[in-house]
Design a binder for this molecule. Structure first.
Ligand SMILES: Nc1ncnc2c1ncn2[C@@H]1O[C@H](COP(=O)(O)OP(=O)(O)OP(=O)(O)O)[C@@H](O)[C@H]1O
Ligand SMILES: [Mg+2]
Length: 227
């Protein structure tokens, strides 16, 4: 079986005037379908940069990224946008919800680009919000919800287009530990349902929940566990 994501000697180098920042410095690994992977490391070790490259939000400076066996160097930006829209669901630390839209509208948004009818979009968004335990908050705007509730809206939104891969960048970073555990449990359920889950965290307890663990330091893989 082809890996769903493969990185070969990936480097991401930022040129800041005279100084080179080697945010990623030769990273290689494979992720198969239905794996649960965590990426941990101190602040500045390259976790978000790695996530962005793995999920086709940015291209590597050197090395190769393969999605379902295809080298992204051979894809144009439109193709990458389609992969991001259909294959990968994102959950960020700061939720990134649209403030003037209700929970329901926020979740329907990604479906606009795939040509579903309004009825289908609303039905699906309602289902997803119920799944994350927010069936009673669908009309609330982000400012009218707690942090944990907002993050659950963001999770529902990330699932709108049935992505194979769900990616979280410190998705529990702004939540108390109990709410954080609830969000983690939703990620675990998604994994049990057969999706691939990739979680970035600097919380080592949370990192240990994953079957495969990658630890970064200074843009390099410091160690891996379960890989
Ligand atoms: N756009 C950019 N231009 C220049 N340098 C950058 C850029 N983005 C990130 N960096 C640098 O690359 C390194 C890795 O950053 P990255 O955001 O991946 O770290 P991180 O592990 O996600 O940290 P945190 O835990 O604080 O989120 C840092 O040293 C950062 O300063
Ligand atoms: Mg980061």
């Amino acid at each position: 079986m082809k890996p769903i994501i493969e990185l070969r000697n990936v480097k991401k180098i930022y040129q800041m005037g005279q100084v080179q920042v080697r945010a990623l410095d030769g990273i290689s690994f494979k992720i198969n379908k239905n794996e649960f992977i965590s990426i941990a490391g101190t602040s500045g070790s390259g976790k978000s940069t790695l996530l962005n490259v793995m999920c086709c939000l940015s291209r590597p400076s050197e090395g190769s990224v393969f999605i379902d066996g295809r080298n992204i160097a051979e894809m144009d930006d439109n193709e990458l946008a389609v992969i991001r829209g259909r294959k990968i669901g994102f959950v960020f630390q700061t939720f990134n919800l649209i403030q003037r839209l209700s929970a329901l509208e926020n979740v329907t948004l990604p479906m606009w680009f795939l040509g579903k009818s309004e009825e289908e979009r609303t039905e699906k968004a309602r289902e997803l919000l119920e799944m994350v335990g927010l069936g009673h908050r669908i009309k609330h705007r982000p400012s009218e919800m707690s942090g944990g509730e907002r993050q659950r809206v963001a999770m529902a939104r990330s699932l709108a287009n049935d992505p194979d891969v769900i990616v979280g960048d410190e998705p529990t970073g702004n939540l108390d530990s109990k709410t954080g555990k609830e969000i983690l449990n939703i990620f675990k359920d998604l994994y049990k349902q057969g999706r691939t889950v990739i979680l970035v965290t600097h919380d080592l307890n949370m990192a240990r929940e994953a079957k495969k663990r990658i630890y970064l330091m200074d843009g390099k893989i410091e160690k891996t566990e379960g890989c």
